[in-house]
Ligand binder design. Sequence first.
Ligand SMILES: Cc1cc2nc3c(=O)[nH]c(=O)nc-3n(C[C@H](O)[C@H](O)[C@H](O)COP(=O)(O)O)c2cc1C
Length: 389
Amino acid sequence: MAQKWFETVAIAQRRAEKRLPRSVYGALVAGSEKGLSSKDNLASFDELGFAPHVAGLSNDRNLATTVMGQSLSMPVIISPTGVQAVHPDGEVAMARAAAARGVAMGLSSFASRSIEEVCSASEQVFFQLYWSGDRDRLLQRLDRAKAAGAKGIILTLDWSFSNGRDWGSPWIPEKIDAKAVIKLAPEVLARPAWFWSFAKTGHLPNLTTPNMALPGEPAPTFFGAYYEWMHSTLPSWSDVEWLRSQWSGPFMVKGVSRVDDAKRVVDLGATALSVSNHGGNNLDGTPAPLRSLPAVVDAVGDQIEVVLDGGVRRGSDVVKALALGANAVMIGRASLWGLAAAGQAGVENVLDILRGGIDSALMGLGKSDVKELDRTDVLAPADFFRRLG
Ligand SMILES: Cc1cc2nc3c(=O)[nH]c(=O)nc-3n(C[C@H](O)[C@H](O)[C@H](O)COP(=O)(O)O)c2cc1C
């Protein structure tokens, strides 16, 4: 694979589009319904401006911070995403890149590689759970994550099983059998470099979810796991509180938009919450998290760590989120574009782009530490913010 450095995440995305079969690329673009939320996630960052200084700037700038008990070299975490079999090394490549650049990684329960393998590649892994199965199954997954060495849990609660996208959903096979090979052959053969990257390993893309299996069970297929999740009883707040009580370490609730929900997440004793609309893949029309962040921070920011995810593509985006009160951001697609474009090196490249952009924005704003950022550093149009709940 040509390992050419790219200078922005937009370029990584274009490389990924060129390299991946059409359906695989479409699975990463994702989004739901009309794409209102996924578009708003990007637009919200564009609407915020900066208020830079020109002299008296700081020569030394500290980007390091701590979230969920983990020291991070910069305020960025890899968000859990489920489709990393787009690269032969998948989640293991992602974890190696995160470790090489000193950031933590969330591992999806729909990952294609086991938590044991991923925790061997990085010491800073948070395991992400959906509310799937009954309490016994959830507990067994927690036990497995603990035994593997996961440093925290991310419980993702925002999912309403919407289906249908105006631009069409890619066809994803249950498994790579003869029917799938025939159907996907034209688009795969149009991407020989991608095909060869798998062919030389002797393995086909892994469409199973090993972390959804309990000891002794075979790894379910992606759709098998999705079926279990879809048919599970939806959790009450006391269920969530119970799950939190079963994990003694750091615990994040991901997918919060509303102030009243944020307060409940504080009450149940979580360490962190992520203001997120699932990258615009969930209930379409949910505003960009950047718009709802300040109201959540004002309500609970002194009681819990607040992370934002959705739409982060640049270091300056990270700085905007921090200026509005986030402790850190999580990146989904940006990390996937890097992985798809160039594996571990591509993810490292994305993380380096973000680091350079954060540093440059800090310099322009006259700050010496990411913790010094505040709302006076950004300019927002009058109708920018949303308070939900
Ligand atoms: C292809 C794809 C798969 C995802 N899978 C998961 C998942 O398994 N678990 C989860 O909590 N979030 C998942 N997410 C949401 C991300 O963790 C994150 O919230 C979102 O991608 C942030 O938006 P961004 O992609 O604009 O950075 C997924 C997102 C995408 C794009």
